[in-house]
Write a protein that binds this ligand. Structure first.
Ligand code: ZN
Length: 268
């Protein structure tokens, strides 16, 4: 990691310390487009909220079946990812009865926004909560944007609206939060564009005005993430089996193990 990258991370720690949410006891539902997004984006927050006495549930929107589609039968991968999601939830302290799988096809959620919105509305009606967590709307994967859209659509229909917190996953994918190391030429170009679009990494300080201090929960967060073994290790002895740790030579994962998880509060 370059000194510029280290400097940005120091800056993040300083800035977010002033934005740390003090009361973590509000009940919450974390909506994850894929199994692993909940832990990456909100794992430390979930751990700390449960320690503060909050009731926390998680909802997985898609089955995650396409992450390694060319290497494994997708039905088998979907089954594995569901088991991993349950194990990760347990490691975070979420009870099995508080985990819901909506089972939409990985990569297809944007074709089912209306159905997803209805399912989420029913869930939120039956389980009123203080807060909902969704992916940040300005990140590229279609399932992430679709999750945001469906949850916002459902929340707008509720008579009493929970507070919405949006967490970044792929939004981190720009310099200097991530270096170009290890990415191909096309990825490097995409990252360069994203970097300029986001003010060379500074937009994040403007967009994410809320944070949770997760340093005390980092070891447990790491243990939970490791439960997503299909994403963290090579399930098959094949160099083509990509892992989260390989992205940008570890810079990507490092974004989620800083001392703060950061959140954007959209205004509806
Ligand atoms: Zn995802």
């Amino acid at each position: 990691m370059s000194w510029v990258q280290r400097r940005y991370r120091q800056q993040l720690n300083q800035v977010m310390a002033e934005r740390a949410i003090a009361d973590l006891s509000g009940s919450a539902i974390v909506f994850a487009p894929h199994p692993d997004d909940e832990t990456l984006g909100c794992g430390g927050t979930i751990i700390r909220k449960i320690a503060a006495g909050a009731a926390v549930k998680t909802v997985f929107m898609t089955d995650g079946s396409q992450s390694h589609a060319s290497l494994m039968d997708t039905a088998k991968l979907a089954e594995i990812r569901q088991q991993e999601a349950m194990a990760a939830a347990k490691a975070l302290g979420i009870e099995a009865t508080n985990v819901t799988f909506l089972g939409f096809g990985d990569g297809q959620l944007d074709q089912h926004i209306a159905a997803a919105t209805d399912r989420i509305y029913d869930l939120l009606q039956a389980n009123p909560v203080d807060e909902v967590f969704v992916p940040y709307h300005l990140e590229p994967p279609a399932d992430h944007a679709a999750t945001y859209e469906a949850v916002i659509g459902a929340v707008k229909r509720l008579p009493v609206r929970p507070q919405i917190y949006a967490y970044p996953i792929w939004y981190w994918e720009h310099w200097p939060w991530m270096g170009p190391a290890g990415s191909g030429k096309r990825d490097a170009l995409r990252m360069l564009k994203a970097s300029f679009k986001s003010g060379l990494g500074t937009a994040l300080f403007k967009d994410f005005q809320h944070a949770v201090y997760i340093e005390p929960a980092i070891a447990q967060k790491r243990a939970a993430l490791n439960q997503h073994a299909s994403q963290m290790s090579k399930l098959e002895d094949n160099p083509q089996w990509s892992t989260l740790g390989e992205i940008a030579k570890g810079d990507f994962l490092a974004c989620f193990f800083q001392n703060y998880e950061i959140f954007h509060r959209p205004s509806l």
